[in-house]
Ligand binder design. Sequence first.
Ligand SMILES: [Zn+2]
Length: 200
Amino acid sequence: MTTDKKIKCENCGNLTPSYNTVCLSSEDNLQTICLKCYNKTIAGALGEDYQHMDFEPIIIKDSDEIEHKFHFLHRLLGHIQTIESFELVEGSPGGYEFSVIGDPKEDLFELFTKLYERMKRALNKKHIYRDEGTRSWQITEEDIVHGQISCEHDSSDFDRIPMVIIDGKEISWEDFGQMLMTYEGFNFKFQIFDRSDEMD
Ligand SMILES: [Zn+2]
């Protein structure tokens, strides 16, 4: 079921997907506004003009020739600006996710190019493959896995079940564990990166 629920921006009145909104809280109220209005507010506070740029979704093929459709969000945060890219799974960000951080003065198109190049490099890599013989996921010959730490969609806030996203695929904690069993007795190294860092 698709749940691309739209929310009305309390500033401009436009309907926008919930992932494109920001919740602003002040002393006595809570306001949900779209990112465009949010960025305008931040730029205004910094005394700068804000030129809004809509990034159209882009399709990139992975190493298996499977198409991935990416959506983009641009966020001004005062001392930094970010562009995030993500796929949609049932109307919410999921699958492959990337982000890039830049100086607020940095050219937006240059920042976007940096992100796009990184996305293409990542989609060209393959860390896992499906072994139809054993009906399990396996790590490719390089013995390296890059991924994102996430949690099961239906796990509660109090009892969160981990899940990892590798090559844009949601892999359950159990499947991830099974993947490691090919290497029983081997040593491993586990390193955490910021989501805007490239892991090479
Ligand atoms: Zn708005």
